[in-house]
Design a protein around this ligand. Sequence first.
Ligand code: F6P
Length: 471
Amino acid sequence: MSRLVVVSNRVAPITEGEPTAGGLAAGVMDALRHSGGLWFGWSGQTVPDTLVPPDTLAPGLPPAVARSGPVTLYTTDLTQRDYDDYYRGFANGTLWPVLHYQTGLARFEHGEFEGYRRVNAHFARHLAALVAPDDVIWAHDYHLLCLAESLRAAGLRNRMGLFLHTPFPAPAVLTTVPVHAELVRALCQYDLVGFQTEGDRRAFADYIRHELGGEELPGGVLLAHGRRIRTGVYPIGVQVEALRAEAQAGEPESLAALRAGLGDRALIISVERLDYSKGLRQRFAAYERFLASHAAWHRRVEYVQIAPPSRSDVEAYQAIRRELEGEAGRINGRFAELDWMPLRYLNRGFPRRRLMPLYAAARVGLVTPLRDGMNLVAKEYVAAQDPQDPGVLVLSRFAGAARELDAALLVNPHDEAAVAAALDRALAMPLEERQERHTAMLRVMRRNSLERWRDRFEADLRDLESAAGAA
Ligand code: F6P
């Protein structure tokens, strides 16, 4: 069978026990461990521009190589300028907010878009030297929208697919990016483009039809820019049984520490990167509203928010961090007692094996992003629960996961009163209802597992004829 070549902005840390960087890394590593193959991406390191003569390939040629079981990892450094333009600039200063419908937070600089294209081209030049003609190339996420275009320009005719882990916004939102046409033209150089939900796929197809005058054929095939692009919906999942085992294994010391601090109070838990798209500000406000309107829960409940800082050199992330620090202090100042702290706010990451027992111990998983491609924390929380006595998931209707986990308590994260009421309902929910909801969610999660996500995307990619994209 031809080799699988995975490309993503970051390559997962291969040391066991590292904090997880997000769902993507864990998902890709699990997928690659299955079939073996090559994983290419940025090393996470930058080098000064002065080390690299202009117009040469990025440093690190040949890329650094490491092995993890059947997976060979190739990583390359970025120059400071590439990092600024590509990662901090266009990917996270422009694309990320727009993909999450936060157009007001998006900035745009032509130079940064050029930097984004430059880094996609660097990746392509490295890859061109590594891939064999029959390898299949699976790129991940919004950092690499232009990769296939650069690979094609380098003469590669391999089958190429992109899976977008984030939402794909409605055309009216995407077109706020001044270079939307260039981006979509580049995307059309992939043979297969995969999305988390049908809503995301629909938005892409609508763009192709209405903005480009392209055609949509049955079976998710689009015709645009003289090419035939297959599209599909592949909701990313989790390894349900393995996560439950991890939740049960637990680390005695951390659980003991938690119990000592918590006593017999009910735990509400939230975990995510400190990102404005995750709805933390709105969630803090909803929790404050809950405390103000449900005095009966005082001293009986504690909300633990774990939010490791992320992309700290992007201004919008600095702003949300400052704001939340102030809010956490203010809410505790308003409600805390000498023997009760209603909110614990932790700005650091934990490895998954430490998080899973916390999820299992939590009466409520509170996952309320303003927009999210999928949100694997929601699924991890459900997987961690004891089926005999499960906790309750309160989930934003704007997370991709809400399409599958409709047995959660679905909320609009902008509606503070509704989130406060959902917390009350979750905390008081009778055992039978908790079990019914949990069973329904587990059923869907077992069907849409991580393995199924990987197998379906890979099979669809391999099924394509080589260079089948040419219409
Ligand atoms: O899931 C979205 C995502 O951007 C992934 O692509 C990435 O691995 C993760 O979040 C963490 O983000 P960053 O690499 O910017 O720290």
